[in-house]
Design a protein around this ligand. Sequence first.
Ligand code: ATP
Length: 269
Amino acid sequence: MLAPPHALNAAYLTHFSAEQSCLNIEHFSLAYAGKTALRELTLSVPRHRVTAFIGPSGCGKSTLLRAINRLHDLNESATHSGRIAFEGEDIYADDMHVSELRRRIGMVFQTPNPFPMSIYENVAFGLRLQKRMSKRKRDDIIEWALTSAALWDEVKDRLHKSAWQLSGGQQQRLVIARTLAVQPDILLLDEPASALDPISTLKIEELIRNLKSQLTLILVTHNMQQAARVSDYTAFLHDGKLIEYGPTDQVFTNPHLQRTEDYITGRMI
Ligand SMILES: Nc1ncnc2c1ncn2[C@@H]1O[C@H](COP(=O)(O)OP(=O)(O)OP(=O)(O)O)[C@@H](O)[C@H]1O
């Protein structure tokens, strides 16, 4: 059991201790071509929990998620200050191994993006980098990843068929399986169900709830019901700032701040 969060720096900004959290964002700011997108964010993310980032369009949710995965590295206009520490290590340190960081912190995007290859090869993709792995071991991991992504039963008889023959919802679960196969510690999900039908969306939500026994999840969503259904903690961002952060039940039923309530009840879009 996770101990209750402690050391609140303000009643509406929950803070987790170093033992409770795997990711610590400290005074992190980011600008695109000098235009500020994130302002002095300080936030810690608890292990084996689902944390939702919510807020109006343009508030910086995806920018923050991409910063955690160092996806701004190739964008010369993006500049940042402050620190993001993963298990105590500064992810922007000069000696950080970025591909290893991205193995340990996987990311799934809004639109399913399976590679143009078979279902099996999609999940095997990251494992092929580990040259010494036997086929038997690789097959076991592929079955485990597809089972964890709640897809195994639907694809076990057609593993060598093209991934593009799957439905959109199945493709998104395949992408999650591909990410899980390399055994990340954190899974970042950027509106993973927004392109899917309601039934596929519910499957992804169930999957998210089940996966937290294995890893830590961070979910960006526009869908308030989805955040309420799947997350344990919710961070509300507005205009690049962290406004309120706390247990999802509390943020949704009894928020501390009027601005949070206005957003959750649809009075602020
Ligand atoms: N690559 C980029 N170059 C320049 N500005 C960007 C870039 N990406 C995002 N922005 C700007 O940064 C701000 C935050 O955008 P971001 O996409 O992170 O917000 P968001 O909360 O995820 O929005 P949405 O919910 O609409 O996806 C916005 O003003 C956006 O226009």
